[in-house]
Design a protein around this ligand. Sequence first.
Ligand code: FAD
Length: 292
Amino acid sequence: DTTRPSRERHKPCEISFEFFPPKTDEMEASLWEAIGRLAPLKPKFVSVTYGAGGSTRERTHATVARIVRETSIAPAAHLTCVGATREEVDEVAHAYWEAGVRHIVALRGDPQGGVGGAYHATPGGYAHSTDLVAGLKNLHDFEITVSAYCEKHPESASYDQDLDVLKRKIDAGATRAITQFFFDNDIYFRFLDKARKAGIDIPIVPGVTAVQNFKQTANFAKKAGASVPDWLAERFEGLDDDPATRRLIAAAVAAEQVFDLLDRGVEQFHFYTMNRADLVFAVCHLLGVRAG
Ligand code: FAD
């Protein structure tokens, strides 16, 4: 059967893109090439991450500020609790508000040592994402997006603990959650079901990653508590030295994933772009999103 009714709907999907702040001039150029290519797709917002341990404070701010100055896209600045006092975090948030930024992705943050390391609250800082959301809302009326973990955050004892934390973030003012990436859509739908049954009714937008480099993605997934199915590893098997084929496979994998999500009723997608446009642009095109 080649008819897939959801693809023939006229209502366009809502998309958003995530970028990371560049370290070098070369990376800056490729980021802006990617933003230039993806901006005409009119994303709902584009978000810019905050490095582990708060290490990119200035670069995140500079990237977000340039998005405000040079594009008409709404930016969302990621902000974390790590490595700064409450006053310092509030100062950064206030500077965003002053610069016209109204949307924050509020996270506890990866520890100083990076993903998978031990987290220690910074003395005088916000201890948890729940506190950060409340603090930001107290400061200004930001739109707040938070994270959600379909496979449970690695430090959480149970799904119930995770759902309880998500509820607390919503009670503190969050109005959207974006998930950690996943490859098995059933995992997302099982989580969605649990969340809805727990009374969570905000949008839980699937975070979709186009696998630019399978080994890197698999390593990251392991630390972040996201499972990598055997079938995915098999698809990239033997292609370590063949980037051109890897890219085609990555596009096929992402297309298959988003079509299935779409067919099962998903209308909002958040793409982890890794600052590259091609794959994500192609997948958005397949979703019916057109430049305009
Ligand atoms: P949280 O929801 O805060 O949960 C983390 C752990 O803390 C869980 O075990 C939870 O149960 C526990 N917890 C939360 N609140 C409380 C509380 N009040 N009391 C007790 N326990 C509590 N990291 C970065 O450093 N920079 C980024 O820009 C960034 N962007 C991200 C974007 C998305 C969409 C996602 C999914 C993750 C992102 N991360 C980022 C990673 C994230 O910071 C890490 O996964 C971190 O380990 C958890 O932070 P969190 O806000 O996602 O999780």
